[in-house]
Design a protein. Structure first.
Length: 561
């Protein structure tokens, strides 16, 4: 783990997987823990993958073992090389290091082929020429057993010759597959003679055109684990039934049927409210330009969260909070946002930004004068030091912080005849205002008390309201992008058409002003815009000053709902 990750590491809670590992080590079944994270390079990683990353890499670290990064690249039709780079970058950004060089399932293509030949020679695999529709009909249902393929009893010698012809490209795509010979009456459909190899005439990003047959995931995955010495192969619950096939393959291959061979264990996947975790559907959002790309800040991808200003520490904390179990459930978005908020509250520097500006003219302040004041970078961390802010006759305040007539005595912002303190500066009193032809306030005129400088001056004056501001002559124009849930319902994947529940207000763009120092803000560095929320400078848009809202200062979604 990187030093940043180590510095923010939390106490680990136990779970059933840790209990299994503890028992295996105590019994001498394994001497060293080896895990793996095996993403398919057909899209970007999302927050659900982060749960698996934290689990696999975290266990390896805690038990002084290894975690391999292995790309499941057995389907070249859907895979692209640039996804590999993106996945590696995301894992590193989260603060984890994989053991050795990144691995690829394609590294073992010859070994997969040899293993398939071993099963054929043992009479445990055969080449089947049923088409897809016929295969489904022969497979049976959950309540009816399947039927044997008419090709099931082909001799091992003939099957070996047919498989070699598949390897040479003598059959068309879909014309035949290699199937395991297990049990067509099994109560587990995944054991009803599953496909092990299929024909694909596709250029592979690692092996080029060397192969025209590719192994199925369930066949390649367990063999890859065994080759690499993985001890605990951790999958999500949808692979629970497939564990039977995982075990069957390894038990019937001489090189891997040993006491310390890998075993698969399943845990519940992350289901996060108001999002979707299907890469196919996330790809659809990108392809149909519903979002700007895989790293759109509304996406649940790690690159989207990063662009939004979420830190690796917050994601690791979130993974720890939700824990590991075997029970599927829906995780509230508020849990993720609380982890983000708790992290940024400690580490984010403070600044001021006015998102919906109106001008405040302080009429008794000298016209040609400006002054430099000091404000804390973080009110609870003196070690972070102070920053300089500008003050002058004209400042920008937020439109929501002024009203012509205070609605009640509890109103703590600015109104005609009412005083407030400008954050880290003076007390001002609104005297009059200008409006445009539509009645919208354009300018507020005020007076100030020069004896009230500071956050807590010893002037004896009790002014309850405090609002933020940016001095007008030095203010830097900026764009603010505020994000809401991408979907209007907690489980959009359950909808017949998820596009019908898209939130039309998932992105709001405002234009306002920030303190001058923010012109040099670093992309992805989160700041707390006082009284507004946490924002970071966008990592796109070149020299343009665009800030993405990371999260609010408090959970406002539950209040809206």
């Amino acid at each position: 783990m990187t030093q940043e990750a180590a510095d923010t590491e939390t106490v680990k809670t136990t779970n059933f997987i840790r209990n299994i590992i503890d028992a295996d080590l105590a019994q001498g079944k394994h001497q060293r823990v080896v895990t793996r994270f095996p993403p398919e390079p057909n899209g970007y990683l999302h927050i659900g993958h982060a749960k698996s990353i934290c689990l696999n890499f975290g266990l390896a670290e805690d038990y002084q073992g290894d975690c391999h990064l292995r790309f499941d690249d057995t389907n070249p039709i859907k895979e692209e090389a640039h996804y590999i780079d993106a996945i590696k970058a995301d894992v590193e950004w989260l603060g984890f290091e994989w053991a050795g060089a990144p691995r690829f399932s394609s590294d073992y293509f010859q070994k997969f082929y040899d293993s398939a030949c071993e099963l054929i020679d043992k009479g445990l695999a055969y080449v089947c020429f049923l088409d897809a529709e016929q295969t489904r009909a022969y497979r049976g249902t959950l309540t009816e057993a399947g039927q044997d393929s008419p090709y099931r009893d082909t001799s091992p010698e003939e099957n070996r010759a047919l498989f070699e012809r598949m390897r040479k490209g003598e059959f068309a795509e879909g014309e035949c597959v290699l199937r395991a010979k297990i049990d067509m009456a099994s109560s587990f459909i995944c054991l009803r003679d599953p496909a092990l190899y299929r024909v694909r005439f596709a250029h592979h990003h690692q092996t080029g055109d060397e192969w025209c047959i590719y192994p199925m995931y369930d066949f390649a995955h367990c063999i890859s684990d065994a080759i690499e010495g993985v001890t605990h192969s951790l999958c999500t619950l949808e692979f629970q039934d497939n564990r039977r096939l995982y075990d069957w393959v390894l038990e019937h291959l001489d090189a891997f049927n040993r006491p310390d061979r890998p075993h698969q264990y399943e845990f519940s996947r992350l289901n996060l409210a108001y999002t979707m975790m299907s890469k196919r559907r996330l790809q659809q959002l990108v392809n149909e330009e519903i979002v700007s790309g895989w790293d759109d800040p509304r996406m649940p991808t790690l690159s989207g969260l990063r662009r939004r200003g979420v830190t690796p520490a917050a994601i690791r904390d979130f993974a720890e909070r939700i824990g590991i179990s075997k029970v599927d459930s829906l995780t509230e978005m508020a849990i993720l946002e609380a982890a983000i908020r708790d992290d940024l509250n400690v580490v984010a520097p403070r600044t001021m930004g006015v998102l919906d500006p109106i001008k405040l003219v302080i009429e008794n302040y000298p016209e040609a004068q400006t002054e430099t004041l000091e404000a804390p970078i973080h009110p609870q961390n003196d070690a972070m030091g102070t920053r300089r802010i500008q003050f002058g006759r004209e400042v920008y305040i937020d439109r929501a912080d002024f009203i012509e007539q205070a609605p009640n005595k509890k109103w703590k912002r600015l109104a005609l005849g009412k005083e407030v303190r400008l954050r880290n500066a003076y007390v001002v009193k609104a005297e009059r205002m200008d409006t445009d032809a539509d009645g919208r306030v354009t300018t507020v005129y005020a007076s100030y008390d020069p004896e009230t400088l500071g956050q807590n001056p010893a002037d004896g004056r009790k002014v309850k309201g405090v609002i933020h501001f940016v001095e007008a002559s030095s203010a830097v124009a900026a764009e603010f992008r505020e994000y809401d849930r991408l979907f209007q319902v907690p489980e959009p994947a359950r909808e017949d058409d998820f596009k019908t529940v898209l939130n039309p207000d998932s992105l709001t763009i405002r234009r306002g002003f920030v303190e001058p120092d923010m012109a040099s803000a670093k992309p992805e560095q989160a700041y707390q815009f006082e009284r507004e929320g946490y924002f970071c400078r966008d990592n796109h848009n070149g020299e343009a000053l665009v800030f993405n809202k990371t999260v609010g200062l408090r959970d406002t979604w539950s209040q809206k709902a």
